[in-house]
Each structure stands twice: as C-alpha cells, then as structure tokens.
Design a protein. Structure first.
Length: 270
C-alpha cells in the first residue's frame, strides 16, 4: 500500500553523531556506526533496510569522525541496492554535519531539530528515526506502518523491545489500546525503547519543543524528556518488537554478534 498523495513517503534520519566512549579503543579511529557486523558497517545495514522499505531520502547526522562516514558513503552509497533502483525511487543521501557546524554532537532531540528542514519540509511531514549503533537485521521498514502513523494524528510511534540484560528497568510500557505509557500498568512491565520510531514534525515544534527548526543555535538536548511529556499527554503510541535486536554499545557485544556468524539465525537480545 502506498501513502496517499497528501502524505509523501517519509524520509529518515539515522543517528550517527555519538563518540562511542564505551566502544573505545575501537572508536578512537573509527566512528561507531561504521564498525562492521557480518562484514557490513552498522550504518550500511540501516541504509539498505530503508532503501528496501521504499524510503527515498535519508539523512545521517554526524559529529565524531563524521568525515569518515561521509567518505564511506561518498564512495559506496547503497551497494547492490541502488543499482536496482531508478532515480525516482532513490533521491539521495544527505548529511547533517553537527561536528563540522558546531564542533560537538547535539544529542538526539537537538540533532533531530537540526535535521528537521531536511526530514520534514511540510507541516504534516512524518519521518523515521533510527540509531546507527543498533543492529536489528530483521526489522522491516514498512510503508504501511508509516501510513497508519500519518493517519493516526499521534506525535510519535515507538518500537519497544524486551529488556536487555544491561537495562532491566526498561523505558516505557504499552497500554491495552497501543498507547505508550511512562509507567507500567498494574501487573505490566516497562520495555526498552529500541530507538526505532516514527515522528511527526509537530513534536519538534512549540509547544512540545522550544528548539527552532534547523537548530541554528546548536542547542544540545536529549529526546527522553520530550517523549515523556508527549506520552503523558496521550500523544504517543507504541508496540513491542520481539525480533533480533542488539544495542551494539560495547566491544563485547560487537564480538558476540560477529562470533554468532552471518547465518546463525535469530539471536537473543544482548
């Protein structure tokens, strides 16, 4: 199913600006999203998934060693996949270079606000955001999901995952009607935010967000307080994703993924 003409296919932002302190020394010379899993950089997995899902315009935000990310995709945009796509189907890959523009990363909300003119040119625009250091090889970027979200009127739709060992407390819960909750209902549990989400431009404008579109002042701001505010007001939906998912946040998790082998099948959440 294609999005109606009033709602063009959403664009996407892949978050790739972080320093990756817990990944040192690997990230001293390589940006974390370019670390390879099964022979492909983490970022490449997401670019390929978005392209396969019909997303024609992708933005990557950068800061730490951002020039290496730009160089990688300058040489090798979307290998294999782009050759199968017409110019009409794949419009381009652009960068929001926070490091070059400000000398530091803007955190998640600040980074989204900075990229907003590229991501959401219309008042009713919706867009995907995914973290470049997450490995979820079976997650499907779905045009149907984007259309349902666009029609819902919600400000955000979050995919949650069962809590990994390093985050047993979780982040958010899912209500009986699919509404995102800050706290678990009686007898329920909170799950971990996968960092995969659909957003509406309005979430990053007043009254929800005070950062100017384009973030010309370089305001660094986290996303969690903004989400919790919108969740408390009942404007966010969520669902539980139980496929393979890993926050590739340490050298040990990266090694475990690569040791599992490319054809190892579904992997437990780390």
């Amino acid at each position: 199913m294609r999005l109606a003409a009033a709602h063009p296919p959403p664009r996407a932002l892949i978050l790739a600006a972080g320093r990756g302190e817990r990944m040192r020394p690997l990230t001293d010379t390589c940006p974390k999203p370019l670390l390879a899993v099964h022979g492909r950089p983490l970022l490449q997995w997401w670019v390929d998934a978005l392209t396969q899902g019909g997303v024609a315009e992708i933005v990557i935000n950068t800061a730490w060693l951002g020039e290496k990310i730009e160089d990688y995709f300058g040489r090798q945009r979307t290998p294999d996949k782009r050759e199968q796509l017409s110019n009409q189907e794949f419009t381009g890959l652009r960068f929001s270079a926070e490091g070059r523009d400000f000398g530091y990363a803007l955190e998640t909300a600040g980074g989204i606000a900075r990229a907003l003119p590229l991501l959401a040119p219309r008042a009713d625009s919706v867009f995907w955001v995914l973290a470049g250091d997450i490995f979820a090889p079976d997650f499907a970027i779905s045009a149907d999901a984007a259309q349902r979200f666009a029609a819902s009127g919600r400000l955000a739709h979050l995919w949650l995952v069962p809590n990994p060992a390093h985050k047993p407390q979780g982040d958010f819960a899912v209500g009986a009607d699919g509404e995102a909750l800050n706290d678990a209902p009686p007898g329920g549990v909170r799950h971990t935010f996968s960092t995969i989400a659909l957003y509406r431009r309005a979430l990053f404008e007043p009254p929800w967000c005070d950062i100017l579109p384009g973030n010309p002042q370089g305001t660094a701001a986290p996303l969690a307080p903004l989400l919790r505010k919108a969740i408390a007001a009942g404007h966010v939906s969520a669902e539980l994703y139980t496929g393979a998912w890993t926050d590739v946040g340490t050298p040990e998790r990266l090694a475990q993924l690569n040791d599992a082998g490319a054809d190892a099948g579904p992997r437990p959440i780390l």
